[in-house]
Design a protein around this ligand. Sequence first.
Ligand SMILES: Nc1ncnc2c1ncn2[C@@H]1O[C@H](COP(=O)(O)OP(=O)(O)OP(=O)(O)O)[C@@H](O)[C@H]1O
Length: 480
Amino acid sequence: MKTDVFQQFLRRVASTPNAKAALDDSLHKSHSTKSTSGHLGPYSPSSAAARSNTTLGSTMTTASTATATTANYGHSKINGLHLNIPKSPNGSALDLRRVGTFRRTYSSNSIKKKSVEVSPSSFVKIRLLGKGDVGKVYLVRQKDTERLYAMKVLSKKEMIKRNKIKRALAEQEILATSNHPFIVTLYHSFQSEDYLYLCMEYCMGGEFFRALQTRPGKHLLEEDAKFYAAEVIAALEYLHLMGFIYRDLKPENILLHQTGHIMLTDFDLSKQSSPAGEPTIVKNASPSMPPAIDTKSCIAGLRTNSFVGTEEYIAPEVIKGCGHTSAVDWWTLGILIYEMLFSVTPFKGNNRNQTFEKILNIEVPFPDHPSAQPVSALCKSVIRKLLIKDDTVRLGSKAGASDVKAHPFFKTTNWALLRHLPPPIIPQQSFGTDAINFRQMHESVSLDIEGEELVLQKPGGKNLFANFSSVTLHHDGDDD
Ligand SMILES: Nc1ncnc2c1ncn2[C@@H]1O[C@H](COP(=O)(O)OP(=O)(O)OP(=O)(O)O)[C@@H](O)[C@H]1O
């Protein structure tokens, strides 16, 4: 968390008498994660169920606020769907505070940004790890270092066709700016004539979603779900502090590092508040608790209106199209905890329309059949509070992550030492090529990475990808 934003924050709170205790937890976390275990660096050889995974995007038009608030509880057409929605008390408050674009400077000690030191021909493809709609992710080996990486290769043609350039730029920006143990590390980004490349840390444990499928009953025990929820909260807290809303939390976007700790990936739906707001301090209700960081204030200026997310994880305010904030991430956390415990999401319907109606109208149903795993009242309470439909009263809506962390469900969570606790699922060690928890990908791997040549800025002409930074990032703890 040694970013310019965070450093400004440190300077400011240093002069605030009560604030130091609030920072200790975060600093401890930040330092401890870098010291003994080191950065979760690139995997080096030395050291299959599927569900519909459609991410909704800009192909659907956003609803007009007027349509969404015509009745207290009535039939409305939103995003092309006919839905019964309750009237939002402040549905008319379409707040699109937008500020000029801003590119972050890299004043941090922990990430050193250099001009790119590799090209497509520096890597050899080993196998296909995953596919998205504009790109593919390959396990690759860097020729000179023998290190393994996950290389996301995005087709410029597809991005132009599907209007996804901005998303790829945002993803690069977020990955290049982030330095957190639970967020996938970016090592290089570059482009060729036809492709953009993101060379990331290889998460050998594969998709968390796949790992869940291998558990008895395809679900986790409450304590184990709490562990993963805590790691996700730590990652979201960091992203919010940096001014990003993640917007696409789901088990498919959580990868497992070889140690079993989680790593969030896939930031193409994330939204940046530019510039990130100033973090502030919130006093805890209980005098025995230290003051905490208000991460909500870092993105308080960001309310966005795009219709994005994944069907079963989408928040009510996104469906209603009346603008959404970082509170969407706390909604998706509620769905994730539920899915980890019960192996289904709470509002799943027979089709998209029915799912959306349930998201908008029904209270979270807890399974009561004899085979359902029993969960504690505190666990139900945190899920219910995260799944409050009104995003202005939802858990996390006041002071962000600090609210969620303070819920009694997490009373036993040692936030400072999360990274040092043994994860419930430890991926079997492999030598990379026989990786587990990945979908079966049937594709012969061509060596076209080697055939592509690096493209830097082309003089003249309109380069739609000119803002895609070609960089090599050096992280503290890397041994080269
Ligand atoms: N760092 C990584 N280590 C290991 N596997 C990865 C890594 N990044 C991505 N993958 C694999 O590739 C898949 C697709 O990655 P990702 O979701 O980032 O691609 P995408 O093109 O953005 O997909 P989408 O269309 O869902 O946004 C992941 O589900 C995962 O299986």
